[in-house]
Design a protein. Structure first.
Length: 572
């Protein structure tokens, strides 16, 4: 039996519980905001959304009131509340190319008159609030007037609107980057922020990729949400935008066309479908039920207020609308659910550790075994531990991933078996001392496998370290902050650095801000990667692994979990 201090067990248990809970958020009470336009004739199904934003109203020509496009159609939208009394209907003022905001907001008098007219419109039409879609304060890119004072005046406009609207809803639509609005000062007046996380690129880029990849350009949906969170918008006020349309080269639709050599592809990193021509170039980016389902799950997992889409459209968007409604409003199951595998064993894991190693390594090893064991709850994978290395490759082949905790095979037969296992596609996750390869190791293959030179030096005693997350796109690190403080550990520096190897991708490194790093043994300079993968193998090395404090930080625990999942996922 492995004995671990009670206090440490409770700490690790709490962290793992929090991590597990983050994947079990209910979709109850999520909002679904549908933009409905004045120039279409389709009557929406009022049961598939919680809010309708009617597009558009405008700042009038005298800068002190509101004009409304096709007011009769707005009345039709309000009438839908008879079918769904819970439905909220709002007037969206603005849109691309809708101007006169700058002049109106710059004047105390005009701003107040505009706010009062908005309140009058709400009462006259029986609306539930106002949505401001100013595209964009301080910018004239849409052919509208602007001023450097627009950002400050936007905040004043939100204040005045809130005073006039009372407890009616006040929302805004924002550019994906979260720029041009001072959210920290105006968020107090807003009920929700609708992020326009679409139109973020043109072919050969997808305009609404969820995560970064080679098919994304300026920004992605996940980056747009991160930008708003960093700008001061709390997650409980964030509404993530989803397009129900495609964006592509002229002459292409969202349907494959064999006569033109146009085929559909799915991008496993950006989580979106797209079309390519016979040259393999992206010609159309769009959404389908699978990508919309994944985006809805992102909303749930990140505890956002809900989802928004442009626009309601016609029967061609019906499946996408129903998918959003089913997942976000009705706690329904996704047409593309996660592969929960509690009813079948997906893979086998072998963890190897050395109980006779130095005490600080044993402390880490025991806690790591406890940590990985909890990942197996639900019987999704088998979990075996050994304190000696298999000397037969046939034994290793029984496992999809081998985790080495501060332990490296010394016997020639065990080394040969491991070499054969990895060269034949095996999976490996190594921690700390497993990578210690000095001049006395005498294992050239392992240097090639690890992708770096021999051990150079280390900090001592163990201490926390500011680390830089170098890849925003890799599955292991894309959910991590760009910097975080790793718990106290002894970190190894290698020479040559793994970064010098073209087959290595460095994921995390010690920040240069740490130099001089250490108290007794001091690292004064040099490249200092601590997490990397050699792309020739299914492997990842993590330099952490010394002492009993390595599982006290949520960011590092997430790094470990992501790394484990990534190595495992590549065996299927």
């Amino acid at each position: 039996m492995i004995m671990i201090q009670t206090k440490r067990i409770k700490t690790v248990w709490l962290i793992m519980t929090l991590l597990c809970c983050s994947y079990q958020v209910n979709a109850a009470d999520k909002v679904v905001v549908a933009y409905v336009t004045s120039w279409t004739e389709t009557i929406p199904d009022p049961t598939v959304m919680t809010h309708i934003n009617y597009a558009f109203g405008h700042v009038n020509e005298t800068f002190n009131g509101v004009s409304i496009d096709n007011p009769d159609r707005l009345r039709q939208m309000v009438a839908l509340k008879k079918q769904n009394p819970k439905l909220k209907v709002m007037l969206s003022v603005g849109g691309w190319g809708s101007g006169r905001f700058s002049e109106m907001a710059a004047s105390d008098e005009n701003r107040l008159l505009f706010a009062k007219d908005c309140q009058k419109v709400v009462e006259e039409f029986g609306l539930d609030g106002i949505d401001i879609d100013w595209e964009y304060p301080t910018q004239s890119s849409a052919g509208i007037s602007s001023s450097p004072s627009d950002t400050r005046n936007f905040t004043l406009l939100m204040r005045d609107l809130r005073q006039q609207l009372g407890d009616k809803l006040l929302t805004c639509a924002t550019i994906a980057s979260g720029e041009f609005i001072d959210f920290r000062n105006c968020i107090q007046y807003l009920d929700m922020v609708n992020v326009m996380s679409y139109d973020m690129g043109n072919p050969p880029y997808h305009h609404s990729a969820l995560y970064p990849s080679e098919i994304s350009n300026r920004m992605t949906t996940s980056e747009a949400i991160d930008a708003h969170l960093k700008a001061g918008v709390p997650c409980e006020k964030l509404v993530m935008g989803m397009p129900l349309y495609g964006r592509g080269k002229q002459g292409y639709t969202t349907e494959p066309d064999s006569t033109r050599g146009v085929t559909e592809r799915w991008h496993g990193q950006s989580m979106v479908p797209y079309l390519v021509d016979d040259q393999g170039e992206l010609v159309m980016g769009f959404e389908n039920e699978r990508s919309i389902s994944i985006k809805c799950q992102y909303i749930i997992d990140h505890r956002l207020l809900g989802g928004m889409y442009w626009e309601y459209g016609d029967e061609r968007q019906e499946k996408l609308r129903n998918t959003i409604s089913q997942i976000l409003m009705k706690n329904g199951s996704s047409p593309y659910p996660a592969d929960y595998a509690g009813n079948r064993v997906r893979f086998r894991t072998l963890v190897i550790w050395d109980p006779s190693a130095e005490p600080a390594h044993v402390d880490f090893d025991q806690q790591a075994i406890h940590f990985i064991h909890k990942l197996s709850y639900g019987d999704g994978f088998t979990f075996d531990t050994r304190t000696t290395f298999p000397v037969s490759v046939d034994t290793l082949r029984q496992y999809d991933v081998v985790v080495m905790l501060n332990a490296l095979p010394q016997d020639a037969a065990a080394r040969k078996a491991f070499e054969q296992y990895m060269e034949q596609g095996g999976g490996w996750m190594g921690f700390h001392g497993t990578g210690y390869n000095d001049a006395d190791t005498h294992w050239p293959w392992f240097n090639k496998f690890l992708g770096c030179g021999t051990f150079l030096c280390n900090n001592w005693p163990p201490q926390p370290a500011l680390v830089d997350v170098e890849s925003e796109q890799h599955p292991v690190t894309r959910t991590l902050p760009r910097q975080f403080v790793a718990p106290a550990s002894e970190f190894y520096q290698f020479s040559p650095s793994p970064r010098a190897n073209e087959d290595v991708e460095v994921l995390v490194s010690i920040s240069p801000k740490m130099y001089s790093f250490g108290i007794k043994d001091i690292v004064t300079y040099g490249d200092f990667p601590i997490v990397w993968t050699n792309k020739k193998y299914r492997m990842i090395y993590l330099n952490m692994g010394h002492g009993d404090e390595c599982f006290i930080d949520a960011n590092q625990n997430l790094l470990f979990t992501n790394a484990f999942r990534w190595v495992v996922s590549r065996c299927f």
